[in-house]
Write a protein that binds this ligand. Structure first.
Ligand SMILES: *[C@@H]1O[C@H](CO)[C@@H](O)[C@H](O)[C@H]1NC(C)=O
Ligand SMILES: *[C@@H]1O[C@H](CO)[C@@H](O)[C@H](O)[C@H]1NC(C)=O
Length: 592
């Protein structure tokens, strides 16, 4: 221990303490590298080292340094890894002794191992995984795994960086124990619908020269939250169906899309109409959005339906749309015919063009399906014409004659212009009332009647008959004996005519010998107002049953036979008798 004095060496890496020598070397020097000139630093001769069998004593510790006795220097024997020897302890030093014998001496040697940036920061786990709901609020922190750098001092971990920084930023917090917590803070909300997986890289760097770094992958799985309402592909849907479409007809299919996933995206559809009957007539498939006809539509009752359809996801978010359904008319209504005004009876003398009936048609269908035309049968003296929309009038086309046709059954047929056309018809009877336009007509243009003389007075001789084509009163015939005189005697003292029956009665007994024949006129008159009448001439021929034996009243010879005739003085000699006979009788029978 003679060298216990202080040895001062000027080498920068040599610290000479009393009986002690210190060196400072970086770790990881190659084997055989020079550590220090121990002989010189301890003031020992190389021979003394040899003779003293100088050796290094490390106790149980591993030997990193070897003594080269020939040169009196310390060399690296084994690789020195500061981190293996000292871990985080700093400063790190190897302490050993150099022992000499004859006489025995020993010296303490300290070799400080300085750190070399030979370790990059490392993350123990290869990757980090997070499951974060898209509804996570900004500011939420997620603790990240820290990196480890075995080096010390400025070679130790210095900082972290995170990339990309679209949604997260990095927050480092110093701990009381000198460590750091590394947190990832949600900076901008996540949106699963835009990006459901994020991949970030956390990099840790040390302060060495050159700088070393380590990194780790951070996988973020963005979990869905029901943050999206269903959205209809259209705000308004339009469709149309014929009013006669059968139930089950597919009207339209609506569709909404929900950007969420799972049950948050499961949409169910519903028709919300409550005030009208639309939700009875149309049914929606809750799952597919297909709308089908479930009831009956009637264009004439309702021409358009507005459905309010809602789409809702399982999370209760909804959207709505309108479905406008137009009902297309089909020709399902036959025209209805109404008689607005009708004469049950018209007189036969009405002027052509007289309106007898006005009818109105109603067809609730649209366009051609509701356009109506009416006609009547051809073989009657009436025509139909339209006056204005859906109004038709039936007028007489020519002169009517009750005596020919006393009533008409008029059939009006109205058809629409649909395809196929629908039609309906009505028939009504029009009575033609009588006008006194026919005089009574005798069955014969003249009558000859025979009567045997000496008849009983009031004997009915025969009957005249006249008929009248008119009706009722206008056809009631009365018979009237026209005033005239026979041989100065009024005809009424010869015959009478029964007004009702036309029976002609003798008023007196006739005598052939007095008068062989006579004639008069009978008028037939109807009950019309004014009445009409016609005349007929009736000739009565008196027959002789030969009741007189020849007898000369006065010797008058006429053609070989004696005649006695009663001849009125005033008798008309132009009509009743032959002129000669008349003249004679008036001459020779002045007292008659
Ligand atoms: C009118 O119709 C009725 C009932 O069908 C019938 O009895 C009558 O004879 C018809 N009249 C005419 C003038 O055709
Ligand atoms: C009927 O006879 C009367 C008198 O003889 C005459 O005045 C009248 O015009 C006649 N009427 C007809 C219709 O022949």
């Amino acid at each position: 221990m003679g060298l216990l004095g202080l040895i001062f060496i000027t080498l920068p890496c040599l610290i000479l303490v009393s009986g002690q020598v210190s060196y400072s070397i970086p770790e990881e020097m190659p084997v055989g590298s020079f550590v220090g000139d121990i002989a010189q630093d301890l003031g020992l001769d190389v021979k003394r080292l040899k003779s003293g069998k100088a050796r290094i004593y490390t106790g149980d510790s591993a030997e990193y340094i070897v003594l080269e006795k020939e040169k009196g220097v310390l060399l690296i024997k084994n690789r020195i890894d500061r981190e293996a020897i000292c871990a985080e302890t700093a400063p790190c030093a190897l302490n050993f002794q150099v022992i000499l014998e004859n006489p025995m001496e020993f010296y303490s040697i300290t070799v400080e191992i300085t750190d070399v940036n030979d370790n990059a920061p490392i993350f123990k786990r290869g990757e980090m995984k997070f499951k974060i709901s898209e509804s996570a609020v900004t500011g939420t922190a997620f603790v990240l795994e820290q990196a480890i750098d075995l080096d010390v001092g400025k070679n130790d971990l210095q900082s972290y960086s995170l990339y990309p920084t679209d949604n997260f930023m990095l927050k480092l917090q110093n701990q009381v124990d000198g460590g750091k917590t590394v947190e990832m803070i949600l900076d901008k909300p996540l949106d699963r619908e835009k990006k459901d997986r994020l991949s970030l890289v956390l990099t840790a760097v040390d302060g060495g020269e050159p700088q070393l770094s380590g990194s780790v992958q951070i996988h973020v799985n963005v979990l869905d939250s029901n943050d999206n309402s269903p959205v209809f592909t259209q705000k308004v849907y339009k469709s149309s169906i014929r009013e006669d479409s059968p139930t089950g007809t597919v009207v339209i299919k609506v569709s909404a899309i929900d950007a969420d996933e799972g049950s948050n995206a499961k949409i169910s559809y519903e028709i919300l109409n409550s005030v009208d009957d639309a939700s009875e007539i149309f049914k929606i498939n809750r799952e597919t959005g297909e709308i089908k006809l479930a009831g009956n539509t009637d264009y004439e009752r309702k021409r358009q339906y507005q459905l309010h359809v809602q789409a809702g996801d399982a999370g209760g978010l909804t959207d709505s749309c309108k479905v406008s359904i137009e009902i297309i008319d089909t020709n399902d209504n036959t025209p209805a015919i109404n008689i607005m005004s009708k004469s049950a009876v018209v007189t036969e003398d009405v002027q052509p063009g007289t309106v007898v009936t006005i009818i109105n048609t109603l067809d609730p269908d649209s366009a051609e399906n509701g356009k109506v035309q009416c006609k009547i049968q051809r073989d009657i003296p009436f025509s139909i014409s339209t006056t204005s929309n859906n109004f038709f009038s039936i007028v007489t086309e020519s002169q009517l004659d009750r005596e020919t046709e006393s009533a008409y059954n008029i059939t009006v047929t109205c058809s629409d212009e649909g395809e196929p056309s629908l039609s309906s018809s009505i028939t009504f009877t029009l009575q033609i009332s009588d006008v006194n336009d026919n005089p009574p007509a005798f069955e014969r243009s003249s009558y000859d009647a025979y009567i045997v003389e000496n008849n009983t007075p009031s004997l009915s001789i025969f009957t005249v008959k006249a008929t009248d084509d008119d009706w009722n009163q206008n056809a009631r015939v009365s018979y009237i004996l026209e005033e005239s005189s026979i041989n100065g005697v009024p005809v009424s003292s010869y015959v009478s005519v029964s007004a009702d029956s036309g029976v002609i009665h003798a008023v007196r007994s006739f005598d052939y010998e007095q008068s062989k024949d006579f004639q008069f006129c009978v008028k037939a008159q109807d009950g019309g107002s004014p009445p009409l009448s016609s005349n007929v001439t009736v000739k009565i021929l008196i027959q002789d049953p030969n009741d007189n034996p020849p007898q000369v009243l006065y010797p008058v010879q006429t053609g070989g036979s004696m005649v006695a005739e009663m001849v009125s003085r005033s008798a008309d000699c132009t009509t009743l008798y032959s002129q000669r006979r008349c003249w004679l009788m008036q001459r020779f029978l002045p007292s008659f």
